[in-house]
Write a protein that binds this ligand. Structure first.
Ligand code: BGC
Length: 450
């Protein structure tokens, strides 16, 4: 079986990771501007101040995307570029950048997929308490309305937030000034509640105010598993692992998805988190549970699960020397079949892979090329598994490779290279890696060459 007919093939990036121009044209600071400027926080004190300079080079970058045959490009809008204070006065020049980017993409025949929030919270609003503040969802809705008003005559694919599981935790660590310190569960859950409300309010704004009929989703990361064998017992154990609450962290799929899809926190959560459960006001759950057109999944790696004696899920450890990316993440292609399948099975909403890819030790070799056979193998194996999800009956909209180009990898700075296209940060030269050429063929054959 093949990939579905209307399948969308794209690549993704995010504002802070590629744009640079951190204080140009009236942009306000985000928490990542402030945080990365503090010595010792990011690998080699790298910052996103210049990054890939995409803000100035977007036209050439779009040309490059076109030359690779990309059908869609997922990018994020920098909230503080549009609203330097996070709320209030709009920065017309900031908004104009995204306007031009969208036009340029459409002229190149590339569909824009817009993420409203990819971790760069406006510093001015962090100073008002960030996601701790119950008003945060109203701030986000205000910002969303401006972006939707400006772009929705041409954009139809929207994602509210990217990986709430990660940025919730991260924002609290940044706030505490200690990235190694785990935030208290009660704080994390209360902020998560506000984040869920922000998602809901934004989804409602998009649905009600978009000029072009929108497709609304979000991009989550959650936890991914795959079964040790295809026995019914192992598959059931993996299903249980996928939907259980792990009280040791605030990442559980069910914690985030159940409120969004069903308008309630899972009953098990109250038992597991007890007194740490968030304060929920009347009407909050209705705000959170907006209809979604797709569930975006960022999937990189996952754990193998097998059934114990009583069917309980047991997480397996891989043997020493198991293949890993330079992030230290296990290469586990099967998650691209099983995680979409679990989500589809439970919610019956189409799935979009909003991120998948790997960091590798890439450099330009003496022949002038960037050879990345590991990435080609990684993508091929993951895509083959994703195709099996289609065979299993999962409704899937498409696939975004992370990332279109090497970029600022958060705490890892420029050490980790995730791109299909190599970036020389000294000269800003772009060189498509072997994997970019390989992906071009994948797109041209609708996955037939995988
Ligand atoms: C994030 C990206 C990040 C990538 C690789 C995801 O967690 O959405 O911003 O660069 O994974 O770590």
């Amino acid at each position: 079986m093949a990939f579905p007919k209307n399948f969308t093939w794209g690549a993704a990036a995010a504002a802070y990771q590629i744009e640079g121009a951190w204080d140009e044209d009236g942009k306000g600071p985000s928490i990542w501007d402030t945080f990365s400027a503090k010595p010792g926080m990011v690998f080699e004190n790298n910052t996103g101040q210049v990054a890939c300079d995409h803000y100035h080079r977007y036209q050439d970058d779009v040309k490059m995307m076109k030359s690779l045959g990309l059908q869609a490009y997922r990018f994020s809008v920098a909230w503080a570029r549009v609203l330097p204070e996070g709320i209030g006065a709009v920065n017309a020049k900031g908004l104009a950048f995204y306007d031009k980017l969208v036009d340029c993409l459409l002229a190149a025949g590339i569909e824009p997929w817009v993420t409203l929030y990819h971790w760069d919270f406006p510093q001015a609003l962090m100073d008002k308490g960030g996601w701790r503040n119950r008003d945060s969802s109203l701030w986000f809705a205000e910002y969303t309305a401006h972006v939707v008003d400006q772009l929705s005559d041409r954009v139809s694919n929207w994602m509210t937030i990217n990986e709430p599981q990660v940025f919730n935790d991260q924002a609290l660590r940044i706030e505490s000034g200690d990235m190694k310190k785990k935030p208290p569960v009660a704080d994390a859950l209360q902020c998560a509640h506000h984040i869920l409300m922000a998602h809901g309010r934004a989804a409602k704004v998009i649905r009600e105010q978009a000029k072009k009929k929108p497709r609304v989703g979000w991009a989550q990361v959650g936890v991914s598993y795959f079964p040790s064998t295809h026995s019914e017992e192992d598959i059931e154990a993996m299903r249980r692992a996928t939907w259980q609450i792990d009280p040791s962290n605030t990442w559980s799929n069910i914690w985030w998805l159940e409120p969004v899809m069903k308008g309630e926190y899972p009953a098990e959560a109250a038992k597991r988190y007890g007194k740490y459960m968030p304060k929920v006001h009347d009407g909050d759950m209705q705000v959170i549970a907006q209809k979604l057109d797709f569930i975006g999944l960022n999937i990189y790696s996952g754990d193998e699960v097998k059934a114990g004696e009583n069917g309980e899920p047991i997480k397996m450890h891989q043997a020493p020397g198991f293949p890993k990316t330079t992030m230290g993440w296990n290469v586990t292609p099967e998650v691209l079949r099983w995680c979409p399948r679990m989500v589809w099975e439970r919610y019956r909403v189409p799935v979009m892979i909003t991120e998948n890819g790997m960091a590798n030790l890439d450099w330009k070799t003496s022949d002038g090329h960037v050879h990345d056979p590991q990435r080609i193998d990684y993508l091929r194996r993951y895509l083959r598994e994703y195709r099996k999800a289609a065979e299993d009956g999962v409704e899937m909209l498409g696939y975004f490779a992370w990332s279109i180009m090497d970029n600022f990898e958060w705490l890892e700075g420029y050490k980790q290279r995730f791109g299909l296209v190599h970036v020389d940060y000294a000269t800003q030269e772009r060189t498509p890696k072997d994997s970019a050429r390989w992906y071009q063929e994948v797109i041209a054959t609708n996955g037939g060459s995988v």
